[in-house]
Ligand binder design. Structure first.
Ligand code: SF4
Ligand code: SF4
Length: 129
């Protein structure tokens, strides 16, 4: 589903293209048609085009109401002492595999950081090799 949509109210005035501060809008005229282009990777999600459009033609509400798009949901392991969420099961597996030791589900206050620190040391050692 495209987050940026120009609906049928658009009359091709180009106010959006001319006022986009990020250069995320462009257009080209070809024979009988004007094509308005939007580049999501350049778009700053500022909503300026949406505010400035005299035709209410830009439908950008998804990005305006939700600054962050949900891209992934993961389970969490909780500290077995206090119940604080600490890391994901798959991260715990990675730490276990990389350190060759089982990881106790304990938060930093309950010594849970020790295996993570061991894994971080291993990871940075590997990166420097
Ligand atoms: S400002 Fe609105 S009406 Fe003008 S070209 Fe852009 S979307 Fe279309
Ligand atoms: S939201 Fe802002 S950066 Fe994105 S296209 Fe509209 S004016 Fe440009």
């Amino acid at each position: 589903m495209p987050f940026f949509k120009v609906n049928e109210n658009c009359n091709g005035c180009l106010a959006c293209v001319q006022n986009c501060p990020a250069g995320a809008l462009n257009y080209f005229d070809q024979e009988d048609s004007r094509k308005i282009m939007h580049n999501m990777s350049l778009c700053a999600r500022c909503g300026h085009c949406w505010r400035i459009c005299p035709q209410d033609a830009i439908e950008f509400k998804v990005l305006l109401t939700g600054r962050f798009d949900l891209v992934k949901t993961l389970d969490l392991v909780h500290c077995k002492v206090c119940g604080e969420p600490i890391y994901t099961p798959s991260f715990g597996e990675t730490v276990s595999n990389d350190t060759q030791r089982s990881v106790e589900p304990l938060c930093p206050d309950h010594k849970g950081s020790e295996p993570v620190n061991v894994w971080k040391k291993l990871a940075s050692k590997r990166a420097s090799q």
